[in-house]
Design a protein around this ligand. Sequence first.
Ligand code: RB5
Length: 130
Amino acid sequence: MKSIHMACDHAGIELKETLRAHLEKMGYTVTDHGTYSKESCDYPVFAHALCNAVEAEDVPGILICGTGIGMSIAANRHKGIRAALCGCEFQARATRQHNNANVLCLGERVTGQGVALDIAELFLNTAFEG
Ligand code: RB5
């Protein structure tokens, strides 16, 4: 069974819902760390909850905010997290192959849903080259 953690702030909730459904169709068991509404919230709270789980379980995570920038800054404060903000498939492939990234950050206000789903698939299906 493939597992993944997801979290977002209020500016990333629509993409999180779409991507979660897509990943579940692909056979992933998704643990959703919130947020669960469009009410304004602090993105680091959700970034830290997800990163603690990724560090504990050694499974990948996806963080979404408006730009993806705040989530990536917060996530990379964790010793065991290598978070990559990706806006295209090339970055998604390269950060797995070269950086062994374990958290993908996406910006709902920046990246269209179709591209975001492709980025996530590539991120999850590409191995670290060592
Ligand atoms: C929320 O308005 C927005 O600032 C946040 O989602 C994120 O883009 C921060 O980096």
